[in-house]
Structure formats: structure tokens, C-alpha cells
Design a protein around this ligand. Structure first.
Ligand code: HOZ
Length: 431
């Protein structure tokens, strides 16, 4: 493989953009190499500007549940674009998408479409504060809820990758409104809720954490969060930017049976376009402007091309629920391939992570929180990433991001990936 054209572009990009990229993890810093630049993608494949082909397990960090450039989604966007790109006025598509979201996740009686996951969670937190009249929120270390000020505290994803869980530039006043508990640690949550009784507007949680690697909730953890928020008069926000429409059509509440007060969606709901959403009961959402006093707005919110991609993606998922069984089974095959190499593997549905923990033995148990995830050997992960890339397999360039399986990853591609996993020399990696 050569990466000459990518190298040329990266040289230029670094002069023009911080780190040469528009989102930090894409710079590949954590894996000790320069990024490739994408030319196009189809199904499970990415093709870079030098003509190299990769089997893609990043899937644009989650949206690509149907694989890249699904013909029906592309055609829906094309049709929408021919009618105009943005109007800043209501369209029929917005009503259809809102209805589909509500059908899939019945707890979402009312929804507001926004443009990014960051915006969705930031706005849901504001709605929770407006509803309860309280200021504090409780989040979990290693959970990532976008890059708004108050949520960049002990955050996962790119911050964990760069080893800076607390971003510079966040005023102390914002950070002090955010309480942080260890994921899966009920005692810690209970203590914080008691110490801050009457002050916590909401607990915000990734119902399956996927920004410190994939870390499923322990049995009873989400149920506990539901109970304790009821007890203290706080709201429960499920950040389903990653899990929404991925674990099941109904997302985490359908998958786990635990129901939240507010939900945030991103990625799949926009079918690969910049669209996200937040919603919940009519009671809470009636507080959002113009109905109520919680203000939130956006010129490109509900953009018609993005809405068309979202509708078509949800339509396909609603027509063929067999998709979930297929991606689940295939992710299971990958998990088994990693497990048979002695790695710590977490998987929930089509989300999975292999953790490169030195000396790991099965009896050590699962990675359950931020601290466990931090035991990984980042250099070993980088070596594995590069060996997989040389074999034409693209996994996220960070130990702390999930591996996503799409419906376009057929058994043949999964078998190819399992073979690559079996071929990578692990003793060499850990030395
Ligand atoms: N924070 C995103 C993944 N969890 C990264 C998105 C991107 O770099 O495109």
C-alpha cells in the first residue's frame, strides 16, 4: 500500500486546520501514523485517494448501519436536493421523521430536530434544568456527550484518546455544575445524589457506554438509575446518539426495558447527514420554545436533505427488522475471533471493543468502567491498528472508540476480518 496522495493532502491540511482535521480522533495521533484521505465508500468498503481499499468498521463512527451509500438513501437525498437545500421553514419531511422517531421510541412523544449530537445533549440538559429548576447534572467518567462546556468533564472519546478528560477553556462555573460518578458504580451515584439532594436536574448516561470502548451496563445499573432519579425528583436522560436505532429499532429502552425521561439521538437518525434529535414526554418537551421558556433554535435544524436521509434510513430499518439479528450475529463472530486471541472483549449487539490489557485473563472479568479501560496498553493497540490497516481492515484509530458492524458487512467480509485477527502476532504487539 502507498499513501502518497494522502501524505500530500495531510501536509497541506496541517497548515490550514488544527491537526489537519475537523475532529481530533481523525488525525490518527494515537496510532502513530498519518490519516488516509477518503475518496469514496460503498457498502462496507472505504477507498482512499491512493486507491487503497479498507473494510470499514468505523462506519462514520456509527451512522452507517446500512453500510455506505445505500442506494435508497442516496436517491432520497438526491430527490430532496433537487427541490432546494434549505428553507428555514417547516417541511412535510420533518413531520414524517418526527412521527417515525416517536413510533420507534414511544417514550418520545415530542421531538426537536437539531444538527449534531452535541447540540442534542446540550439542549436536553437545558430542558431538564428548565423542567426541574435545578442546576446540577450527574454524568459518568468515560461517557462522552459531545463537546458542550458542562459535559466536557471526565469525558471519553477523543478526550480519553488524547489523555485530557477535562478540556481547557471550560469555565470553572460550568464544570462545577457537573458531578461525575464511575460508570456501573451504584454506591457512588447514591452518595452523590444524597450529598446533592434537591440540586440534581438530571442523570445523563450512555445506556451502553461506547466512548471508552464499549462498556455495557451491569445488571441492574440502569434500573437503579431509574429508581434513584425518581426518588430524588431528577430526570433520567439516555444519550442514545450511538445506541439509538442501533441496539434495536427502539434503542436502549427497547433493548433493556428501562425507560428514560429524555432521549438524545444522532448518527443513524440522520442516515449519514448532519442531523440529531432530542425528545421525551409531552410534558417536558412543552417547555421548549416557542411553547415554553427553554430556548433552543437552529437555521439548519430539520434540514430537508438530512431529513430525507433520516426518513429513508428509518424506513429501511422499520421494513426489515431482520437487520438487527444479522448485525448482532456477525458482531458475535468478530467478538469470538478477538476472544479466542485472549483479549478482553465487550459486545452489545453490533457494538464491540477488544481491549488490549497486558496480561489479561478471562477470570479478570469484563471492562466495567473508565478505570478498567485505562488499563489498556495504548501502544499495543496502535500496533494492532496498523497491522489491521495493512491487511485492509480499518478499525477506529483509538482504543476507546467502538467497532461498528453494518448490514453491508456480509459473512464473507466478517470471515476475512476474523482471519486478519487470527493472523496478527499478539506477542510481538505486547512486547
Ligand atoms: N467523537 C466522535 C466519536 N465518538 C468522533 C467523530 C469524528 O471524528 O468524526
Amino acid at each position: 500500500m502507498n499513501w502518497n496522495r494522502s501524505e500530500e493532502l495531510f501536509d497541506k491540511a496541517r497548515q490550514l486546520m488544527p491537526g489537519g482535521v475537523n475532529s481530533p480522533v481523525r488525525a490518527f495521533q494515537a496510532v502513530g501514523r498519518h490519516p488516509f484521505f477518503v475518496e469514496r465508500a460503498q457498502g462496507p468498503w472505504l477507498i482512499d485517494v491512493d486507491g487503497n481499499r479498507y473494510l470499514d468498521y468505523v462506519c462514520s463512527w456509527g451512522p452507517g448501519i446500512l453500510g455506505h451509500a445505500h442506494p435508497r438513501v442516496v436517491e432520497a437525498v438526491r430527490r430532496a436536493c433537487t427541490k432546494g437545500l434549505t428553507f428555514g421553514a417547516p417541511t412535510a419531511g420533518e413531520v414524517e421523521l418526527a412521527e417515525r422517531i416517536s413510533t420507534c421510541v414511544p417514550d418520545v412523544e415530542m421531538v426537536r430536530l437539531v444538527s449534531s449530537g452535541t447540540e442534542a445533549v446540550m439542549s436536553a440538559v437545558r430542558a431538564a434544568r428548565g423542567y426541574t429548576g435545578r442546576e446540577k447534572i450527574l454524568k459518568f467518567s468515560g461517557n462522552y456527550h459531545g463537546h458542550s462546556d458542562g459535559l466536557l468533564v471526565k469525558a471519553g472519546s477523543g478526550l480519553m484518546t488524547q489523555s485530557v478528560p477535562d478540556s481547557a477553556g471550560v469555565p470553572e462555573g460550568y464544570a462545577s455544575c457537573t458531578l461525575t460518578a464511575a460508570y456501573n458504580d451504584m454506591e457512588c451515584v447514591q452518595r452523590l445524589m444524597e450529598e446533592n439532594a434537591g440540586k440534581v436536574a438530571a442523570i445523563v448516561v450512555e445506556p451502553v457506554a461506547a466512548n471508552m470502548g464499549v462498556v455495557p451496563p451491569k445488571k441492574g445499573f440502569l434500573e437503579f438509575l431509574r429508581q434513584i432519579t425518581y426518588k430524588h425528583g431528577s430526570l433520567l436522560i439516555f444519550d442514545e446518539v450511538i445506541t439509538g436505532f442501533r441496539l434495536a429499532l427502539g434503542g436502549a429502552s427497547a433493548y433493556t426495558g428501562v425507560h428514560a425521561d429524555l432521549y438524545t439521538f444522532g448518527k443513524i437518525v440522520g442516515g449519514g447527514m448532519p442531523l440529531a434529535a432530542y425528545g421525551g414526554s409531552r410534558d417536558i418537551m412543552s417547555l421548549v420554545a416557542p411553547l415554553g421558556a427553554v430556548y433552543q433554535a437552529g437555521t439548519l435544524a430539520g434540514n430537508p436533505a438530512a431529513v430525507a436521509a433520516g426518513i429513508e434510513t428509518l424506513k429501511i430499518l422499520m421494513e426489515d427488522p431482520g437487520i438487527y439479528e444479522r448485525i448482532d450475529r456477525r458482531a458475535g463472530m468478530l467478538a469470538e475471533a478477538f476472544r479466542s486471541r485472549g483479549l478482553a472483549v465487550n459486545r452489545t449487539g453490533s457494538l464491540l471493543s477488544a481491549f488490549f490489557i497486558p496480561g489479561y485473563r478471562e477470570e479478570d472479568g469484563r471492562v466495567e468502567n473508565y478505570e478498567d479501560a485505562c488499563k489498556c496498553d495504548r501502544e499495543a493497540f496502535a500496533a494492532y491498528f496498523n497491522r489491521m490497516l495493512e491487511r485492509g481492515i480499518y478499525v477506529a484509530p483509538s482504543q476507546f472508540e467502538a467497532m461498528f458492524v453494518s448490514d453491508a458487512h456480509e459473512e464473507e467480509e466478517i470471515a476475512m476480518t476474523c482471519k486478519a485477527v487470527a493472523d496478527v502476532e499478539l506477542t510481538e504487539i505486547f512486547s
